[in-house]
Write a protein that binds this ligand. Structure first.
Ligand SMILES: [Zn+2]
Length: 435
């Protein structure tokens, strides 16, 4: 990988110059911000971040590229580049974040195609300060910077939510990585006015923008990047007095207009309920339209991730059993808060039934995982079972989703790591469950 630091830096500089040129071209295109963000992630980052997952790059080197990304998205240099890449587009557009994602993908690819290196990679994750910094060690260092901690055996932990680097689904890994990235951004923006005690940022995938007109959206975008349009901000850009243009006797600011300005007193009287709610909003939402995560959200995720994998005793007989399995999900549309559960029920001969196992799904929540877990529980219980389910693609769904949910490469990885309980699960699901 790294053959020479000097030569490496030279090649990287050439790539980054080319990347900056492309970003400058995008800046002038008449496209929406969302489209530009897609163009950057698909057209600029693959070229200029080529190999960035395998080299140590310090913060000062990342910064110019990040600033140019913010500029290409249509923001002036006064806005915060960290916030520009996070709070205004549906995907996070940041070179360092993309490099971390690429590093993760690379590790999973190696695990898939060269499973003999898995043990070595897990060993590299565990070392805090390795002498030789290869792709895995660099990825581990970047994850530690985002406050992830390594629990061993491929499991990383962020504030109680856990992922297995090779076996968790890529989407779930990305979801938790985005949370940790937002947490990292909070540390980076605390120096700004009004954001001194920003606790967390919740993007809600920008769903709260959907009902706004395009000009309102642009206004919110600029504000959430730290741009203020009141005179306290304008005074830096020319001969503008910092006093409020409406009441003329106080320093102007967004909060002044909403809370104190005598000029707007009639409006406050008109909408008393609205302004009662205003006073209870957190400062970051009032001043910058950056909303915090709901209270106790960390604990909620942590609890979901600490639910143990169901344990079922195996019934030692060769009779054919019939089981009905089902999964369910509440608030399926909202990945942040949805909760799924499962149940497996044995159908008995005399028309009655007995519950084999039921409960909440551990870890990532989705109806597919609920369905699969229910089927898995039935397969764990009996040697010979016929599973009835309500969903139609009963044979295709476990095969595809099990692959996607529990492991990227079940056949190679799980067969090698026989200690995993899920190994036998996968085989029995394939041998019995898919009949
Ligand atoms: Zn005023």
């Amino acid at each position: 990988m790294r053959y020479s630091l000097k030569r490496n830096a030279k090649v990287r500089n050439i790539r980054w110059t080319e990347g900056s040129r492309r970003l400058a071209c995008i800046e002038n295109l008449p496209l929406s911000r969302e489209f530009k963000s897609r163009l950057i992630t698909s057209g600029v980052f693959p070229q200029c971040l080529h190999g960035a997952e395998a080299e140590l790059i310090n913060e000062r080197t990342w910064f110019p590229l990040r600033a140019k990304v913010a500029k290409a998205l249509g923001f002036r240099c006064t806005r915060n580049p960290y916030l520009a890449g996070v709070a205004t587009t549906k995907r996070i557009v940041d070179p360092l974040f993309t490099a971390i994602l690429n590093g993760l993908r690379l590790c999973r690819l190696i695990a898939k195609h060269a499973p003999q290196h898995i043990d070595n990679m897990m060993h590299c994750f565990g070392i805090e300060l390795p002498r030789y910094k290869g792709t895995v060690a660099i990825l581990a260092e970047r994850l530690r910077n985002l406050q992830w901690s390594y629990e061993g055996d491929g499991i990383w932990d962020f504030r109680g939510a856990r992922i297995h680097i090779f076996m968790s689904s890529p989407r779930h890994i990305q979801f938790l990585l985005e949370r940790s990235w937002l947490n990292y951004i909070c540390d980076k923006i605390r120096h700004r006015k009004y954001l001194g005690n920003v606790s967390s940022i919740c993007r809600m995938n920008l769903r709260h923008h959907s009902e706004l007109s395009s000009s309102q959206k642009a206004l919110v975008d600029f504000q959430s990047c730290g741009e203020q349009f009141t005179n306290d901000a304008k005074k830096y850009f020319g001969d503008v007095s910092p006093t409020c243009p409406f009441c003329q006797n106080c320093d102007d600011s967004r909060l002044h207009r909403f809370e104190e300005c005598t000029f707007f007193q009639p409006v406050r009287r008109e909408f008393p309920l609205l302004f009662n709610n205003w006073s209870s909003l957190p400062m970051q939402a009032k001043a910058c339209s950056l909303w915090p995560e709901p209270p106790m959200y960390d604990q909620f995720l942590c609890l979901l991730h600490r639910i143990p994998f169901p344990h079922v005793d195996r019934l030692e007989d060769d009779n054919l059993h019939i089981a009905f399995t089902d999964g369910s999900c509440k608030w399926q549309k909202y990945p942040d808060i949805r909760i799924s559960s499962f149940a497996a029920i044995e159908v008995l001969g005399n028309g009655s039934s007995a519950v084999i196992h039921s409960g909440l799904v551990p870890g990532q929540q989705s109806i597919y995982r609920g369905e699969i877990l229910a089927g898995t529980v039935a397969v764990m219980r009996f040697h010979h079972v016929r599973i009835l389910r309500t969903t139609r693609p009963s044979s295709r769904l476990p095969r595809k989703s099990f692959t996607a949910t529990f492991c990227n490469s079940p056949s190679t990885f799980l067969r090698r790591r026989g200690t995993y309980g899920r190994c036998s699960l996968w085989h029995s699901l394939r041998n019995h469950g898919l009949k």
